[in-house]
Write a protein that binds this ligand. Structure first.
Ligand SMILES: NC(=O)c1ccc[n+]([C@@H]2O[C@H](COP(=O)([O-])OP(=O)(O)OC[C@H]3O[C@@H](n4cnc5c(N)ncnc54)[C@H](O)[C@@H]3O)[C@@H](O)[C@H]2O)c1
Length: 450
């Protein structure tokens, strides 16, 4: 029941492992969300048989009917994958047909901002009894270094009764896709691949290389691959925190941070990040995995947690600055009406996870504003029930304050006049991202940007 040493290079054991021949093995994907479904579809479209398991039976039913609610897989691709090799299922027993299984379940944080490994451990508990000698389990979920081998390995060993590192081999290959990003896809992103032993790593490299024309970086160990993913997102978080801090400084001295960034980015080595709210399932979450590991091994992380604090607080800061500016420039109104445009964690995705918009709204309410939100990706009732906010369709009325919070393409496709017409005469348009900085506008509307 132990996690054995990495033994895939042992000539006596190679035949066992080769039963999971990457050229022919049936593949399994656990967790058909933003990451798992595009992966499962890509393998199916490359002619592989894929058992896609998710414990959410509703999600499986939708996928079977040809609909991906995340919007990551196009309906024609999903239809083709369903006819050529993808079997979506909520029946965990179907996983026993697969020999190489990729685990793509969420890795959230607990309310006190510690890694919540519950979904990973649950996936191991479900998968374990369905493993056979010769199976390979590759984790794609974002974790801190050591989770695959020190936590998931033993969990699989316990659940399967097999020796991990001998009967069952582990791999780790972090997913790097970016929801809503049409240019960085499974078939274009360099894939970092690692596995227990050289033979397995080579085999996994060939397997993943099928999807992206061989754009593979082999990491020297599973831990190195885990760490690479964790620092990619932590670095992004820290860089955004830096420009957010710059934005707050600029705002107080009456400078537009966007003017400052336009000038600064002309330097060849200036890092081009934009200020904004950091939400979602990755950037605002993964640094806590790294800081958790750091604290476990006795190093108090300074930069990582400073970035997190600033970004976690940015919605409050933004609400405070907008409220202050509104009171300064708009005639006194007892309970000003506010329209927030956009509710998702970023542009052009139907993803509300860890969106900072509810935080912005609640803070504005505490300032005495009467706030409604509109997001074209959601029916008002659904948005209201999922985010505990007052949601509306595209409004007919005007508002004392309009906040362009999430710059969905649907909004930008409207004329700037149509957006500014939502503001009552003498009211204010808050445009943190500076999307309408250069737009023609009615001089009676007060304009604020970071
Ligand atoms: N969303 C992204 O763009 C992105 C990018 C890179 C990496 N990641 C990482 O990939 C992992 C998955 O993220 P996601 O965005 O795809 O999550 P998601 O919430 O979109 O999808 C996860 C799916 O797993 C299912 N699930 C949860 N527990 C399960 C279990 N025990 N057995 C079977 N299914 C289970 C859920 O029902 C859900 O459908 C996370 O670690 C995340 O940090 C995400």
């Amino acid at each position: 029941m132990d996690v054995g040493e990495s033994t895939a290079d042992d000539p006596f054991l190679l035949p066992i492992f080769e039963q999971a021949d990457p050229e022919t093995a049936v593949l399994g994907v656990i967790g058909l969300g933003y990451v798992g479904l595009p992966l499962a579809v890509a393998f199916a479209l490359h002619g592989r048989r894929v058992i896609g398991y998710d414990l959410d039976a509703h999600r499986i039913a939708r996928i079977r009917s040809g609909t991906d609610e995340t919007g990551e897989v196009s309906p024609p691709d999903l239809q083709r994958a369903l006819t050529c090799g993808l079997t979506p299922t909520a029946d965990p027993d179907r996983l026993s047909e697969a020999r190489i299984i990729m685990v793509c379940v969420p890795t959230p944080i607990t309310p006190d901002r510690r890694p919540d490994l519950g979904p990973l451990l649950s996936a191991c508990a479900i998968l374990g009894p369905r493993l056979r000698a010769g199976s390979v389990v590759v984790f794609e979920s974002t974790v801190y270094p050591g989770v695959t081998e020190d936590i998931c390995g033993p969990a699989l060993a316990t659940a399967s009764g097999l020796v991990v590192g001998r009967d069952v081999m582990l791999g780790y290959s972090p997913e790097r896709i970016n929801p809503g990003d049409r240019s960085h896809r499974v078939d274009t992103i360099v894939k970092v691949v690692s596995g227990q032993g050289r033979a397995l790593t080579e085999a996994l490299s060939r397997l993943y290389g099928l999807l992206n024309g061989g754009l593979i970086h082999v990491a020297p160990s599973i831990r190195a691959a885990e760490a690479a993913k964790a620092i990619e997102n932590a670095q992004r978080d820290i860089n955004i925190a830096f420009v957010n801090e710059v934005a707050l400084i600029c705002e107080r001295i009456g400078l537009s941070v966007h003017d400052v960034l336009d000038a600064a980015r002309t330097k060849w080595n200036f890092l081009d990040f934009k200020p904004g709210l950091v939400g979602g399932h990755c950037i605002g979450v993964d640094p806590y995995y790294l800081s958790h590991l750091s604290q476990m091994i006795g190093h108090q992380p300074e930069v990582i947690l400073a970035g997190r604090r600033l970004n976690d607080h940015m919605a409050d800061e933004m609400a405070d600055r907008i409220a202050f500016r509104f009171r300064e420039v708009v005639r006194p109104i007892l309970r000003p009406t506010v329209l927030v445009l956009g509710a998702t964690f970023k542009e052009d995705v139907p993803d509300l996870r860890n969106s900072r918009i509810p935080q912005l709204i609640h803070r504005l309410s505490r300032h005495g504003f009467d706030v409604k939100v509109h997001d074209p990706w959601f029916a008002p009732q659904e948005l209201a029930s999922r985010q505990a906010v007052e949601a509306i369709g595209w409004p007919e009325e005007t508002f004392d304050l309009v906040i362009m919070a999430v710059g969905h393409r649907v909004f930008l496709d409207r004329s700037s006049e149509a957006i500014f017409r939502l503001v009552s005469p003498g009211g204010m348009m808050a445009d943190p991202k500076g999307l309408y900085r250069t737009a023609q506008r009615d001089p009676s509307v007060n304009y604020w940007s970071l």
